[in-house]
Write a protein that binds this ligand. Sequence first.
Ligand SMILES: [Zn+2]
Length: 203
Amino acid sequence: MVNLRVPSELVPYVPYVTAWSSEARPRRRVVPRSTGAGIAFADERPSDRDRRGFLWDRFKLAYGKGKPMFGAVHPGRQRHAMDKLLCQVCAQPADRNTDGVLWMLQDHRDDWVGWPNRMGVTEPPICAPCVEVSRQRCPALRRSHALVRVNTMPVTGVHGTRYVPTGEGVAPGKSGPIDFGADLRWVLATHLVREFRDAVIVN
Ligand SMILES: [Zn+2]
């Protein structure tokens, strides 16, 4: 696993999970796995897979170098923050009380009764001080946001691209959320997904 420690100094107002232009995807070639069904990188390294054995898209680690690509998420830092429940902005532990861990989401509470329960999320949680920063800095969240507390939010899968075998090798197919129950040997992962089970909206 790549060392995904929190940078010693975060750039103000650039979230920890945001990708930087110098981190753009390095060259990697996806090939059929030589040891069985599935995909691999032609020059795969142990750090390309997580502890569950899933292949993760390769990004450089160069936080703070170049320009921040707002809207683009660094797969390694997203996975780290989501796995450890760190604030997606400052990478400190997310806010937690007896009602659960704090999330700040775009507000879709009218989408279904009980929203956002049963939803798979790729945005890591947030800490209390960063709520105000996000409200001021993120245009989408300024328009509307929901603050949500969740105690039960298991990691249920990944967001990624499913590859398909072709005559000569493999080719990328559909991208989207993929549950752990699926055949993940063919998946190139980009985000860790948690599913909300007992979320309550608190604003
Ligand atoms: Zn924070």
